[in-house]
Ligand binder design. Sequence first.
Ligand code: PMV
Length: 345
Amino acid sequence: MDRAESALSRLRTACSAEKGQETVQASPPLAPTHVGVGRTVAKIILFGEHSVVYGYPAIALPLRNLRMTARVTPTPGPSMLASLGWSGPLDQAPDRFSSIVRAVEATLDFIGRPDAHLSITTLSDFPAERGLGSSAAAAGAVIRAILDAFDVEADAEDLFELTQTAERVAHGHPSGLDATATSSATPIHFQSGQATPVQVNLATWIVVADSGVHGSTRETVGHVREQHERSPETTRPLLERLGEITQQAIADVQLGDVQGLGRKMNEAHALLAQLGVSDDHLDALTEAARAAGAVGAKLTGGGRGGCVIALADSAASAARITEALGAAGATGTWVYAPHAYEVAA
Ligand code: PMV
């Protein structure tokens, strides 16, 4: 029995109640009784992408202004999906939606309604395949919307497992960082499947810039795995060093050492480039950010496309960095002032 099945069996047990001699089975309704809504958010990885897959720590910040919303309604015909400008029958959805399709199947199995016919839409404030966690956010939002439509409650562990089931289709061997960070209310320290909130005490602005290039996390994770298998003697030290930097960065984040954090971001970017997950666009954007005064800059997420993040020590500096990133080819930028990521909304 895999973990989604065991979650289902827990749900069934929870739905059974003893009433005198009689056992009453409380089941979810056959079809949704109201519109189901699920919400998640984008995330950035401050430190630890790729090395987190090998058990090293990571720090991630949910970006609560970049939301993913899913809506679910019953439909008489076959299940339908509308997402990222595509719409059609769920069973004919292109490959890029395979993790959403898996999320729907796993959630309907979880609630014991595998044959339910649903109309599902997702609406996102942020671009897909840019290292901002859109696949986990979409799966997480759809899972929550289905549960909401059927009035079924699930605990954090079940939600994580359902999202991971979908993420395995998207990424192969996801660490679980995205599944956790895209539904977290606080910045997190994540390691080996365990997340703990991190107190962020930074008087720093974070600029996120989109290279405009689609990244494939499945490919970059696969590339690092192959390299690790082929040349462990050169790959292992890079992952270990990323792990060390992240561990030290946790202290910097808590103590507010912006300069220390910036130096570590620059080193992390160089290590990720050595692992082969940067590209010319990401290198150019990080260099442009540093030249414009960033305290540090690195790629964030799977890499080879996607986004970079840069640290600025004032709002004016963040504005200069944003302009420089635009001039260097960024297709979109977002600036986070300290209060935007320090505390839960
Ligand atoms: O590119 P994203 O947002 O899916 O982030 C992937 C993070 C990795 O560490 C590269 C993979 C993982 O499973 O943690």
